[in-house]
Design a protein around this ligand. Structure first.
Ligand SMILES: Nc1ncnc2c1ncn2[C@@H]1O[C@H](COP(=O)(O)OP(=O)(O)OP(=O)(O)O)[C@@H](O)[C@H]1O
Length: 262
């Protein structure tokens, strides 16, 4: 099985500016400490951990939204820091994101259809708006939405519909990986299950890999082949999802399982 993304020994330090009256000007926060893992083709790696444990930072680095302070990310074996413009374009097309707040991830001034069409145009997948809109309609149907929703604005549809539209947008460019950062946390419980099952169905159909981030161990266990447990920027446990769920080695993971979720 091929490795799509490899994260090798990454560390992320944020420098935050303090209030000028305190006299202290800078503080260093180490969000991620020496983390390594691989995402294989067609598989899901789940990252679970309490708030502030470094999950989103890890996902953003793996997906190229942020640079690590140290360490490297490889896409099909190529270091993303050493890519040519063409390779970088290909990597950006192939690694898409779905975020917690679907409405916040859409441009409110454009229709849902335009929002889904943007990456199709940006990545030269469709040459004109007419063809892009045909693809938009196809993708809307794939995620269980009526194609006429393309004419609505993000503010005119529900959170669940908007998350489906965000999935359609991510999927439209036929990516290899989707980084799903808390994709169901903001949704009603009944809608959460629908979205998770949709993601599972699409994974089978398109052989996509997911880097799936959630604070909810139940959700991560349901979605993942491999689970990474993070605490205070460290990977404290990593392994086969069933094994971690049934036979956790670390006390932190055991506590997490006992509490059900954070
Ligand atoms: N842009 C930033 N500037 C400074 N500190 C940051 C920044 N982003 C994150 N941090 C800090 O890095 C640490 C890890 O944050 P991160 O968002 O990756 O954690 P998380 O596990 O995803 O948390 P949550 O579940 O609450 O989103 C936290 O201490 C956070 O305050």
């Amino acid at each position: 099985m091929k490795t799509v993304i490899e994260v090798r020994n990454i560390r992320k330090e944020y420098i935050t500016k303090k209030h000028f009256l305190t006299g202290r000007t800078q503080e260093k926060v180490t969000a991620v400490k020496n983390s390594s893992f691989k995402v294989e083709e067609g598989k899901t790696v789940g990252i679970v951990g309490e708030s502030g444990s470094g999950k989103s930072t890890t996902g953003e680095i793996a997906g190229g939204l942020q640079n690590p302070s140290f360490g490297n990310v490889f896409y099909y074996g190529k270091n993303i820091a050493e890519m040519t413009n063409e390779e970088c374009h290909d990597y950006r097309k192939n690694v898409q994101f779905i975020f917690q707040d679907p409405k916040g991830s859409m441009d409110p001034n454009y229709t849902v259809g335009d929002n889904i069409a943007f990456p199709l145009i940006t990545f030269d997948i469709e040459k004109n708006k007419k063809d892009a809109m045909l693809k938009v309609e196809e993708m809307l149907e794939k995620v269980g939405l009526d194609k006429d929703i393309k004419n609505k604005y993000p503010s005119e549809i529900s959170g669940g519909q908007c998350q489906r539209a965000a999935i359609a947008r991510a999927l439209a460019v036929n990516p290899k990986v989707i980084v799903c950062d808390e994709p169901v946390s903001a949704l009603d419980v009944s809608i959460q299950a629908q979205i998770l099952n949709l993601l599972k169905r699409l994974q089978k159909e398109y052989n996509i890999s997911y880097l799936f981030i959630s604070h909810d161990i139940g959700v991560v266990n349901y979605m993942s082949d491999t689970i990474i447990v993070m605490s205070k920027g460290n990977i404290v446990e990593m392994g086969d999802a069933k094994e971690i769920f049934l036979n956790p080695k670390e006390s932190y993971t055991k506590k997490l399982l006992e509490s059900g979720f954070f």
